[in-house]
Ligand binder design. Structure first.
Ligand SMILES: [Zn+2]
Length: 411
């Protein structure tokens, strides 16, 4: 096993404060007991206090010992970190981020706010604002404009964001405790915006609520009555399903209600899959977070987290590249493209890539994919070469078309 993982396991075992907290609780318990004894019989005060002396001293010694163990654990781990990740200077000539320190600070503040670390975010903002960073120009990157304040920290509506994210975490907390009501309430309040985005969240929440009620006491532990179990679900469906008028929900509503016929033996019914809630709660929480952030105009996960994680994945390859370039005295000249492939996890890929089948080049903003009326797609430059301004034949089928009939494809 990786030696660092071993050290981490040791740290998790020894480096936590569980034992210290238990021992402090014991001391508090002894003190409270003594107080009660003295209140009940004030004459016993000196005797009770004398009796308390030794156990208390022993208790405090124990807490100190516990803490020593924790410190030892942390020291060992930090040594292991230093050993496994020796500090090495990056082989770059300049700091590409140095020209935009306010943007970096803003990204950090936003990250803390959206992670729910409100008090850390507030301290960070206060300190960052009282020590404004000074940008230094970086060759080859757009440099800061001191008059442009739109990206600065002071314009960050931190209080407003904090309230919104605190609401989001509250709803997520309730979802974790299997309570859908606050999420349903939120989705109803934002129904129009969600519908405009083509989001199914409001319906998915209703659906899960129905299933949750339908499965009744066996999963939710509540007594089956007119509000829970089969009758509760039926009542819920009557009151709520008519809200979801869109035709795309029709099939689901039909299946959910038809399942009533199979309720005595749901698991052998054609609908058993609909009622499997194993992953439903996690999925609904993810979908809620995504919709909540998108209504705030934000991405579902923190851009700072994504950027640093992607950077950490890419770094070893880039370091190797830099070493090779130094040895061979070559330079990386393509500005918008890396000369090496960086394999990132699927969740880090946000844009589909299109390679033109004619030129074999990856399409770019300046040379986007274009779809001809026959449905075949090539890059705009290839299309220009094919058409030469007039009517031309598609390279993949017998259809003929004109350049002006092709439409840009946004991936
Ligand atoms: Zn074609």
């Amino acid at each position: 096993m990786d030696p660092l993982l071993l050290e981490l396991a040791k740290l998790q075992k020894d480096g936590n404060l569980k034992q210290s907290i238990e021992d402090v609780d014991k001391i508090i318990e002894q003190l409270e007991k003594a107080r009660e004894t003295i209140v009940a019989d004030p004459n016993s005060a000196s005797f009770t206090l004398a009796k308390l002396q030794n156990p208390l001293k022993h208790g405090f010694d124990k807490v100190n010992d516990d803490l020593k163990k924790v410190h030892r654990g942390h020291n060992a781990y930090s040594k292991a970190l230093d050993k496994n990740f020796p500090v090495k200077a990056l082989p770059t000539d300049y700091d590409a981020l140095a020209s935009h320190p306010s943007l970096i600070n803003r990204a950090i503040a936003m990250h803390l706010l959206r992670e729910g670390q409100f008090s850390v975010a507030s301290t960070f903002l206060t300190e960052a604002l009282s020590n404004p960073p000074s940008p230094s120009p970086t060759p080859g990157t757009p440099n800061p404009n001191p008059n442009n304040d739109s990206t600065s920290l002071s314009t960050l509506k931190s209080q407003e964001l904090q309230e919104k994210f605190s609401n989001m975490y509250q709803i997520l907390y309730e979802l974790k405790s299997r309570n859908l009501h606050p999420a349903i309430e939120w989705a109803r309040q934002n129904s129009t915006e969600l519908e405009n985005r083509g989001s199914n969240l409001e319906f998915e929440l209703s659906k899960l609520q129905y299933i949750w009620l339908f499965l009744g006491s066996s999963v939710n532990g509540l007594p089956d009555d007119e509000n829970n179990g089969f009758f509760g679900a039926l009542r819920y469906a009557r009151n709520n399903f008519p809200r979801h008028k869109h035709v795309r929900y029709l099939k689901d509503c039909q299946q959910l209600t038809t399942a009533i016929l199979y309720r005595s033996n749901l698991k052998d019914s054609p609908y058993h899959r609909l009622f499997n809630t194993e992953t439903a709660w996690d999925e609904i929480a993810t979908s809620f977070t995504r919709e909540f952030c998108s209504l705030l105009g934000l991405s579902p996960s923190s851009p700072l987290y994504l950027a640093t994680t992607a950077g950490a994945i890419a770094l070893p390859t880039l370091l190797k590249l830099a070493t090779i370039q130094k040895e061979k005295r070559t330079e990386w000249t393509t500005q918008n493209e890396l000369p090496v492939e960086i394999a990132l996890p699927r969740s880090f890929i946000f844009h589909a890539i299109f390679v033109c089948p004619v030129s074999k080049e990856q399409t770019t903003e300046a040379n986007p994919p274009m779809m001809m009326p026959c449905g075949h797609v090539v890059a705009r430059e290839s299309l220009g070469r094919l058409s030469k301004g007039g009517r031309f034949k598609c390279p993949y089928c017998p259809s003929e078309s004109l350049m002006k009939d092709a439409r840009e494809v946004v991936l």
